[in-house]
Design a protein around this ligand. Structure first.
Ligand SMILES: O=S(=O)(Nc1cnn(C2CCNCC2)c1)c1cc(Cl)ccc1F
Length: 81
């Protein structure tokens, strides 16, 4: 899917893998990576009990924490326009 804003802050699709095919960690979980991205801290981030790529912190593109303990977070390919 594509999205309007260049940085993908408006991407609320269902891609849940990173650029190298690693499964994303759920935003609602703190394992394997602890993090500070909660729905209360980023109310417009589209976070929740899912593992879909999002860009809650106005980074360059949608991303996610990964299920690989050695890779903290990675960008996702969500069909940049
Ligand atoms: O636990 S974290 O959320 N981890 C973290 C580390 N890098 N990132 C990036 C995620 C993609 N966007 C840029 C920050 C998030 C985290 C957040 C802050 Cl503000 C500071 C330290 C830290 F550990």
């Amino acid at each position: 899917e594509c999205y309007l804003k260049r940085d993908g802050t408006d991407y609320f699709g269902t891609v849940d893998i990173t650029t190298d095919g690693t499964l994303c960690q759920k935003w609602s979980e703190q394992s394997p990576h602890t993090h500070e991205y909660s729905t209360s801290r980023y109310p417009k981030g589209g976070l929740g009990d899912h593992r879909y790529c999002r860009n809650p912190d106005f980074d360059d593109a949608p991303w996610c924490f990964t299920s690989d303990p050695d890779i903290r977070w990675q960008y996702c390919d969500v069909g940049q326009p």
